[in-house]
Design a protein around this ligand. Sequence first.
Ligand code: PEP
Ligand code: MN
Length: 263
Amino acid sequence: LVSRKNSPEDTVVQVKNTFIGGGSSVMVAGPCSVESYEQTREVAAAMKKAGVPVLRGGAFKPRTSPYDFQGLGVEGLKILKQVGDEFGLATISEIVTPADIETAAQYIDIIQIGARNMQNFELLKAAGDLRMPIVLKRGLAATLEEFLHAAEYIVSRGNNQVILIERGIRTYEKWTRNTLDISAVPILKQESHLPVLVDVTHSTGRKDILAPCARAALAAGADGIMVEVHPNPAVALSDAQQQLNIPQFFDFLDNVKGSGLFN
Ligand code: PEP
Ligand code: MN
């Protein structure tokens, strides 16, 4: 069902007034984690000013260490709802268990399935039973075939509003957090009709190369970019190293838009 062969037309996912896929570029931005109403609101206000329509923020955080900040849970989803309504932004947040999926659907516009859960098949099935947009991130060591099979789990249950995100894969390279697989973009676009975004933050893990990587993603045919933004990254409760502050975010947007590749 996700194959381009079965359905040559691009899938376009609508969320609030934004269309994802089908030739227009979308920017998704926001903090790694929702930490407070004020912190989320500050990023959302900057996004509104810049015309960036989709706010991301983690409430259930899949952290490597159990001692790291695990997210605000449902409280975080409520903050996203409040801030999204206030600024007219669509919202995305990661859900890690089928048990939370119905609750999440009340508060957010798009459910994210993270890299670590790309093959959590029960979660994929639960997402497939919803009738709302799902963003599915590529697993840390998933082949493209496995990635598309994971998307098929969702679509085969009747939910065709699926957006794919390339977010880097694990390789031996240490100078980036993951290796951005830019070739995934044209391959996924060829093989599937689903929209493809590139998460430049988690793939690179470094702020200094976000703009060229975003340009490369768009040049390769990506339907949009995901980037992490925090009012004060130095004190962020997760991913402090890699989030842009607000002035850096504005510079990033200017750079990406200046490429002429962002439609
Ligand atoms: C995220 O986007 O917040 C995240 C944890 O990303 P990933 O699942 O790609 O690591
Ligand atoms: Mn993060």
